[in-house]
Design a protein around this ligand. Structure first.
Ligand SMILES: Cc1cc2nc3c(=O)[nH]c(=O)nc-3n(C[C@H](O)[C@H](O)[C@H](O)COP(=O)(O)OP(=O)(O)OC[C@H]3O[C@@H](n4cnc5c(N)ncnc54)[C@H](O)[C@@H]3O)c2cc1C
Length: 392
């Protein structure tokens, strides 16, 4: 067992850290306040290879492993989770599935520009009445011979307006239940496809979250991913890997809030050394020191879970339980650490200049998207019970 990072991993982490400090930190408060999408920053991340990190170089990617990806996600998320969610969706929810299950033509046409960061993608599973219960898809993709006729509404879609390529999950054969669901590649501009309302959100306000409307959109048969009826499995497999990225996002938010990151601005740990109350630095009050100790321990535990899930994926082993555990734990730690960070900052924690109130708002989404904490517990419980019955 080896807990140290390779030189290459350290270089990737440092490059992401530098980018976060020089390109993301300036303007992060304004982008949050005004809900501005980080277009310039995303363009630069694409040029640096951060949007197709794990994609094979022959398809325009950087050919890195999952450990590299989580290190980059953690560093970017320390400073700007609105930007890191775009990185996460493009890498894990769009590029990964296209590379693993797409045809050669689909890879050439869509994966290459996505991995090179020329365009970005979106993953469209959720609907007004299908969130956690993703099998109850109301969007239909009726088989018309050479194409599918797509009708319905998707909700909460990250990159909803800024994407050019959308992976859309829809029901083709309701009698077959989830085995009648397909995953289709939809292009912005296809007649009948409209981008709906932009959500006004609590956190990750710089990311653009939209509803999408499909009215008689003709999607060519060659845009289906995998075999007929593979769409639900495609979505579940994709989300299992996606959760590793969100777990790393949560880890970044948590460690930055506490100040164990090497951030350029002072957060809880630094703040507790400088702020004085009753004649001493506040960390000399044991109640504050214990908060720091407890959170540092939990963050370290979350980091080990995230790294283990990434490592299992890189080894080609099953990571469904590990990714659910990493996301469940890291997101709960992110919420706890950011609430404590605001508390440690006192009144200053409640105002925007000190960043921790934004981290607290951003942390909440990590417990909701790509499967809520309750859904992660269902995944983990099922896996544990399966393991138990396999032994019995
Ligand atoms: C900012 C943002 C970005 C998003 N981006 C995307 C995206 O890019 N693509 C996409 O497809 N979706 C996206 N989503 C949707 C997100 O994945 C869903 O919101 C999430 O899966 C929960 O679904 P829901 O909102 O319908 O809540 P519901 O499923 O209605 O859940 C409501 C509550 O009930 C609980 N619950 C439900 N079922 C159970 C159960 N069986 N046992 C115990 N508790 C249960 C849930 O945990 C939750 O607490 C995004 C959402 C947000 C807010």
């Amino acid at each position: 067992m080896n807990f140290s990072l390779t030189e290459e991993h350290q270089m990737i982490r440092d490059a992401a850290r530098d980018f976060a400090q020089t390109e993301l930190l300036p303007g992060v408060i304004e982008r949050d306040e005004k809900q501005l999408f980080p277009s310039e920053q995303i363009k630069k991340l694409g040029q640096l290879g951060f949007l197709g990190m794990m994609v094979d170089p022959k398809y325009g990617g950087a050919g890195m492993d999952t450990i590299s990806y989580v290190l980059a996600m953690e560093e970017l998320s320390k400073v700007d989770a609105s930007t890191s969610v775009v990185v996460s969706v493009n890498n894990s929810l769009v590029c990964w599935g296209l590379e693993k299950y797409g045809t050669e033509e689909q890879k050439q046409k869509y994966l290459v520009p996505l991995a090179q960061g020329q365009i970005i993608g979106a993953f469209c599973l959720s609907e007004p009445e299908a969130g956690s219960d993703a099998t109850s898809q109301k969007t239909t993709a009726v088989d018309m011979g050479d194409h599918y006729l797509l009708n319905g509404t998707k909700n909460w879609i990250t990159n909803g307006n800024s994407a050019s390529v959308y992976l859309v999950i829809a029901q083709t054969d309701p009698e077959k239940g989830h085995r009648g669901i397909n995953a289709l590649i939809v292009e912005k501009g296809m007649p009948g496809f409209e981008v709906g309302l932009k959500e006004n959100k609590l956190g990750i306000r710089g990311s653009d979250t939209h509803s999408l409307l499909f009215t008689d959109v003709k999607v060519p048969k060659e845009n289906r991913i995998g075999e007929e009826g593979f769409g639900f499995k495609f979505a579940m497999k994709t989300l299992s890997g996606g959760r590793i990225g969100i777990a790393a996002q949560a880890l970044g938010i948590a460690s930055q809030a506490l100040g164990i990151a090497s951030g350029a601005y002072e957060l809880s740990l630094e703040y507790s050394k400088q702020r004085k109350a009753f004649g001493k630095a506040i960390h000399e009050h044991q109640a504050v020191a214990f908060k720091l100790a407890d959170m540092a321990t939990k963050i370290e535990a979350a980091r080990l879970l995230v790294m283990k899930a990434a490592w299992l994926k890189d080894q080609g082993q099953n990571y469904d339980k590990a990714s659910a555990m990493a996301k469940l734990y890291a997101s709960e730690v992110a919420m706890e650490a950011t609430v404590e960070a605001v508390q440690i900052h006192g009144g200053y924690g409640f105002v925007k200049e000190y960043h921790v109130e934004r981290l607290m708002r951003d942390a909440k989404i990590t417990q909701i998207y790509e499967g809520t904490s309750e859904i992660q517990r269902i995944v983990i419980a099922r896996a544990v019970l399966d393991e138990a019955s396999a032994i019995a």
